[in-house]
Design a protein around this ligand. Structure first.
Ligand SMILES: [Zn+2]
Ligand SMILES: [Zn+2]
Length: 811
């Protein structure tokens, strides 16, 4: 065994740590170990085993958590690539890639020391007078802690804090005074749940009735049954052990099999009846998969053109060849109905990973995949790290969806990681979308990706007609700010009379987005963010949509005490109420994050529309997603262009995508659809091209804009954000980094800033940022590395300088 091992730990430091391997421990590269780190125990991933003695003294490993690697060589390389590309500590990357947190229980405990016993004793002797005499509240709590520990001995932190009502800082102070000692009680739990199974070996020999029943049960079940199940038969427990002793049955420990879902499959089967364009696309994907070389493909198919059927058919072919495939879907895409379809198609071979799983369930799915029980993986962002072997096909559905970007360390983009993983595995990656991102479309145009087009909707259903309503003109003609234009109201009326269905999109939840005092002009802002709080009428509260902070609805102005408080603007909750008022007989549903708590709610609302239980569905961008709805003949868009007013270079792209998606919801049955698009930007090209269903036109125009402005895909872009809960600190740090950027030469890189971030304060932090652009990724990477090193040198904590490579959110 080599003497040393390098371990990547989940701490904000860009290095691996070397430990000595004590006799008797057998760590493996790609497996987890338990190590001492500062005052605690951490689990990390072994990246190297070697005999190179480091210059500093090393500590011993505490234990080995995995006797075999949890990461194969490819996933280790992928993790290292992410760490390098996104400038993230490799230990944090590995932690993100491995959903096994549930198997490692972090715990800290405290016990009283001799010095603490003495303090407690002295306090008791000096009597209550000494303790009460101007004693600060803290001291009371300290004695409460000592009392508790003296009586109970070693106590876990959570129990101690609850029992003695002691804040963390106070305990830390007591540790410094050496009154109490802190110990790490972390330990590994069982890696995989094991079950006992009985396996039939032989049926020879004479058997009594009970024995015969057991043997018959085993034989009928195919020779293997969990012992639990056999013990539920009305047979003495000793019968099984007798059979085992006679060698007729083996009793083994096996990893538990976990049912992926209790849902019954829907009766509808996928009928892979393809039109010629679908057929050609599928064939093209399959040829590349069989070629066993890396290939990138962009499947551009308008809404309703049947992309999903192509994904599933391609995956089924991969399954039949005994290889693996991963399908990534956006957050909201994994509804129970989709899961049921997947089970119907792939049986027990599918693993479904979504954000609703508990840590334990996630770990169970991970083990199923790792064991090779499930080679078809479907999931949201982090499913890109699923430990499949022999990866043949990686599919990213709705590849432009922002939920693929992780907005915390490590800030990776799952689509780009998928492409890199496919490259490393010599696999095929298919990016699918009705509205591809500029980046992917550009790669296809430059022939880095093969472009597969599905130009027609299934059954050649026509695209809906789009009518643009200029809301500035509507204001002039009606003399007041309208939420629903006269034209849209007419169209809705008509549909309701004909018993057809309507969807109305307003991409803002809540009742009123702004609460303003008419006396002093103050708007109600969040305590933690420089953001107006939104009024939620039904729940009677004000809510910050960025940090979740809530307050009661104010009756008077917090600033001047005036009663002239006005609720301004319209969110989806108010829109629903307005429509109820205008169309009292209509059955109206709403779909936004306030009405939808989980995927089930989402599915339920869309099903209600599908079953004809609703006439009208109001909602945020959520209504643009999900399965086909057949009765909708009118889509009203009352607020989807708000983003066009934001200082974000992707605003036009996002607006175009949203408008195109929601327009695609109209007229999917036999009746042709119509879209009424209300906008304050009727001349904006994103609105115009969306109204004309002109993808190519939009991309050409937008690419020209990006090229002039040196934005992606023509440049690599990174956002460097400096944050602190103290304004002067945030200012000082951004000034320090700004000076460094000025002083140092960095050819071929544009640095904009420091500037206040568009949202100056967020979750209690003040924020300043730099935007860096360069045609060369390598140069950008080197510069980012040096600025991080300089920040460390200047004692700016690593957690307060956020480097976001390929940032999608610049606010
Ligand atoms: Zn006021
Ligand atoms: Zn907030």
């Amino acid at each position: 065994m080599p003497e040393f091992c390098d371990v990547a730990l989940p701490v904000p430091l860009d290095i691996v740590f070397t430990y000595s391997v004590p006799d008797g421990l057998l760590p493996v590269v790609g497996g987890r170990v338990l190590v001492p780190f500062r005052q605690q125990r951490l689990s990390g991933v072994v990246t190297d085993l070697h005999d190179r003695k480091p210059k500093v003294a090393t500590k011993n490993l505490i234990g080995v958590l995995d006797p075999a690697p949890v990461f194969d060589e490819q996933l280790i390389r992928l993790g290292q690539w992410i760490a390098n590309y996104y400038l993230a500590p490799v230990g944090e990357v590995f932690r993100t890639m491995l959903p096994l947190g549930a198997e490692f229980k972090r715990a800290v405990g405290y016990r009283i020391t001799d010095k603490g016993q003495m303090a407690l004793h002295l306090a008791g002797m000096s009597g209550s007078s000494a303790r009460s005499q101007k004693t600060p509240e803290d001291q009371f709590v300290e004695f409460r802690v000592l009392d508790y520990l003296a009586e109970r001995g070693m106590t876990r932190e959570e129990s101690l804090r609850a029992a003695a009502r002691a804040p963390k800082a106070l305990l830390a102070g007591m540790v410094r005074k050496k009154w109490i000692a802190r110990e790490d009680l972390s330990e590994a739990r069982d890696a995989a749940r094991m079950v006992k199974v009985a396996v039939l070996k032989s049926v020879e020999g004479r058997l009594n009735a009970n024995q015969q029943t057991l043997i018959d049960t085993l034989a009928a079940a195919g020779g293997k049954v969990p012992v639990d199940v056999l013990q539920s038969l009305e047979i003495p427990r000793t019968t099984l052990s007798t059979l085992a002793k006679r060698g007729l049955v083996d009793i083994l420990q096996e990893p538990a099999q976990f049912a992926v879902s209790g849902l019954k499959p829907r009766p509808r089967l996928f009928d892979f009846q393809f039109n010629p364009a679908q057929q050609a696309a599928l064939q093209s994907v399959q040829e590349r998969v069989n070629g066993r070389n890396f290939a990138g493909m962009l499947l551009h198919g308008i809404t309703g053109s049947g992309k999903t059927a192509i994904y599933l058919a391609a995956m089924r072919a991969v399954l039949e060849a005994g290889r693996s495939a991963i399908l990534l879907v956006p957050e909201i895409g994994l509804t129970p109905a989709v899961a049921a379809d997947l089970h119907q198609l792939f049986g027990e071979e599918v693993a479904i990973l979504h954000s609703g799983l508990s840590d334990k369930e996630r770990a169970e799915q991970w083990h199923r995949i790792k064991r090779g029980d499930a080679g078809m993986v479907v999931g949201t962002r982090s499913a890109v790290f699923a430990p499949v072997s022999d990866l043949a096909l990686m599919i990213v559905d709705e590849e432009q969806d922002p939920s693929y970007k992780q907005e915390e360390m490590p800030r990776y983009h799952a689509r780009d990681v998928a492409v890199m993983r496919a490259k490393m595995a010599n696999a095929v990656v298919v990016l699918g979308s009705a509205t591809p991102s500029l980046e992917s479309y550009f790669n296809a145009k430059k022939h880095k990706y093969t472009l597969l087009e599905l130009p027609d909707r299934v059954e050649k259903r026509p695209l809906p007609a789009v009518e643009i309503i200029d809301m500035r003109q509507e204001f002039q003609e009606t003399g007041s700010e309208q939420v629903i234009s006269r034209r849209l109201a007419e169209e809705i009326e008509e549909r309701l009379e004909r018993k057809e269905q309507v969807m109305v999109l307003l991409n803002r939840r809540g009742y009123s987005p702004v609460v303003l005092c008419r006396a002093c002009g103050k708007t109600l802002e969040c305590n933690n963010c420089a953001i107006a709080m939104t009024h939620h009428k039904r729940s009677h509260r004000m809510e910050c949509h960025y940090c979740g902070y809530t307050t009661p609805v104010p009756k008077v102005c917090g600033q001047c005490g005036s009663e002239y408080i006005y609720f301004l603007g319209t969110g989806s909750e108010k829109l629903e109420e307005l429509l109820h008022g205008m169309f009292p007989q209509a059955r109206i549903g709403r779909l936004d994050r306030d009405t939808v708590r989980g995927r089930e709610d989402f599915e339920r609302a869309l099903n209600a529309l599908d079953e004809g239980e609703l006439d009208l569905l109001v909602g945020t961008q959520m209504i643009a997603k999900g399965h086909d709805i057949h009765g909708v003949t009118l889509v009203g868009v009352v607020g989807a262009d708000m983003a066009l007013g934001l200082p974000d270079f992707r605003a036009a792209e996002r607006t175009f995508q949203l408008l195109t998606q929601v327009a695609g919801r109209a007229g999917r049955g036999q009746t042709p659809g119509k879209v009424v698009l209300q906008t304050y930007f009727p001349d904006h090209y994103a609105v115009q091209y969306a109204a004309q269903h002109d993808f190519a036109g939009f991309y050409d125009k937008e690419l020209r804009f990006r090229s002039w402005m040196h934005y992606p895909p023509y440049s690599a872009l990174a956002n460097v954000l400096v944050r602190s809960n103290k304004l002067d600190e945030a200012l000082r740090w951004s000034g320090v980094l700004g000076k460094w950027f000025e002083k140092t030469r960095h050819e071929g890189i544009r640095v904009l800033g420091p500037a206040a971030a568009p949202i100056l304060r967020l979750k209690q932090d003040y924020r300043y940022h730099f935007v860096l652009k360069s045609a060369s990724r390598e140069k950008l990477n080197v510069l980012l590395r040096s600025i991080l090193a300089y920040a460390t040198e200047q004692k700016i904590p690593r957690t307060q300088v956020i480097v976001d490579v390929d940032a999608v959110w610049l606010m």
